[in-house]
Unconditional design. Structure first.
Length: 149
């Protein structure tokens, strides 16, 4: 003989099922978040060859990024103090696509393209850090396009 579910059991089952759908859909949307970058709005990539994290990018990140994205309590779980940390990405996944700066969330953020809420550093920040210069963004763009090494 089949057991019949009570109304409260049915409601609990539906609530759990709905929660699973909402959480799994939200997670997938964040995992595959791709920036919608209009490359024509980006500063040109630097013409410098052999751009590396250690030689060129680390200093920019130390000046403008690591106060929030440092080793101790990195915001959004994004640690930019090391090459490995930058390439790993944050809580929502990778922010750098080596070889393809126009698909790199980090570049869109530092170039301040798209949603103002995503701009880095934010307009209003506790450390009063200003935006990166076009030259700095161009160097980051060249670094990513050259393989983010």
């Amino acid at each position: 003989m089949k057991d019949k579910m009570t109304l409260s059991q049915q409601l609990i089952t539906l609530t759990v099922a709905a929660s699973v759908v909402v959480f799994s859909t939200t997670g997938r949307a964040q995992e595959h978040k791709q920036p919608n970058i209009d490359a024509s709005k980006l500063p040109p990539a630097s013409t410098k060859k052999g751009v590396t994290y250690a030689g060129d990018i680390k200093a920019i990140f130390e000046k403008s990024c690591v106060k929030c994205h440092g080793a101790e309590k990195p915001k959004a779980k994004l640690n930019l103090t090391t090459l490995a940390g930058a390439l790993k990405g944050g809580g929502d996944g990778k922010v750098i696509e080596p070889g393809n700066s126009s698909k790199s969330i980090l570049l869109a953020s530092v170039a301040r393209i798209g949603e103002e809420d995503d701009w880095m550093p934010p307009k209003k920040n506790k450390a009063n850090i200003g935006p990166l210069t076009a030259e700095q963004v161009g160097l980051i763009r060249a670094w990513i396009d050259q393989g983010a090494k």
